[in-house]
Design a protein around this ligand. Structure first.
Ligand SMILES: Cc1cc2nc3c(=O)[nH]c(=O)nc-3n(C[C@H](O)[C@H](O)[C@H](O)COP(=O)(O)OP(=O)(O)OC[C@H]3O[C@@H](n4cnc5c(N)ncnc54)[C@H](O)[C@@H]3O)c2cc1C
Ligand code: FES
Length: 262
């Protein structure tokens, strides 16, 4: 983990309210892994006070890419940054996705959860590993990929304006039907209701599933304890050590196995 002063290369709108930023960040790019994130300092005056966590969406040589949605003041400020701007980043942070051999990866992203999914998608492409990508959004204007099931890319929208009408779980059911009896592993990231739906579906069907959580965070590296998540332990609720039962999204995550999450 390092603090790096990096240079903004480009910052463009991708879809409604969603931006893609490219940064020249040689130090962080050298070791960042899919599923890890960086903490972005919004202002040298530390106002707003906290850094904003952003998953890395891509790496090309010395450059990393972020994909972010404007939510509040921090991300609105980021949307106004111009090429050449110096940006203070802390990273790489978090654990990243676990490699899974011998099963077919099905990647599921929605909302702001597309970034770590796209980084994994690129890594699997580069490794020549077949997989399926499912992206969900409320409507077609939030999508920037093309629905192409024949190329293993499925889009879903709540209102049917792009791809399949329905949620990512509807897309997942369709993909699983096509995959047949081959073992799969699901990798998911997105808004909390989507992650809950994915977790319930995966657990109900006994499917291995990794989820990248995007909890609210304070420090981003294990000091403030502001991002704890409760895990099932082998001892149940009565006896486990606190550290075993409550883990930190910033340090132990953001990626957890769905069957371990309470
Ligand atoms: C590990 C991790 C990775 C993330 N990766 C991305 C990413 O790749 N792209 C992206 O767009 N966002 C990502 N987020 C969420 C992002 O950090 C928040 O959207 C951002 O901090 C909001 O800052 P703000 O100042 O614009 O909004 P604030 O003014 O802080 O908040 C505005 C609103 O945004 C909501 N909000 C704030 N923080 C979060 C959060 N962590 N998750 C969901 N909603 C939030 C709040 O409900 C609040 O109402 C990630 C979060 C985590 C923890
Ligand atoms: S954000 Fe501070 S401990 Fe996780």
């Amino acid at each position: 983990m390092l603090i790096e002063q990096v240079k903004l290369v480009s910052n463009n709108i991708l879809a409604r309210g969603i931006y893609a930023m490219e940064l020249s960040a040689p130090g962080i790019a050298q070791s960042i892994q899919p599923g890890q994130f960086v903490n972005v300092l919004i202002n040298a005056t530390w106002s707003p006070l906290l850094r904003r966590p952003m998953s890395v969406a891509s790496r090309q040589g010395d450059r990393i890419g972020l994909i972010y949605k404007v939510f509040g003041s921090g991300t609105a400020t980021m949307a106004g940054w111009l090429p050449g701007q110096q940006v203070d980043l802390l990273g790489p942070l978090g654990n990243g996705w676990s490699a899974v051999d011998g099963s077919y990866p099905v990647l599921v992203g929605g909302g702001v959860g597309i970034a770590p999914i796209l980084f994994l998608h690129d890594a699997l492409d580069q490794a020549g590993r077949e997989h399926h990508l499912i992206m969900g959004a409320r409507d077609g204007e939030e999508h920037f990929l093309t629905h192409a099931p024949e190329r293993h890319i499925t889009l879903t929208t709540d209102n049917g304006t792009a791809g399949l009408e329905g949620t990512v779980v509807d897309g997942l059911k369709q993909v699983l039907n096509q995959v047949g009896s081959e073992p799969v592993t699901i990798f998911g990231c997105g808004p909390a209701p989507m992650l809950t739906a994915l977790k319930n579906f995966a657990n109900a069907h006994d499917l291995p599933c990794q989820l990248a959580l995007e909890e609210m965070m304070g420090c981003g590296f294990g000091i403030c304890q502001g991002c704890s998540v409760e895990l099932k332990t082998k001892f149940g609720k009565d006896q486990p050590s606190y550290r075993e039962r409550f883990q930190l999204v910033c340090l132990d995550g953001p990626v957890f196995w769905a069957h371990q999450l309470v």
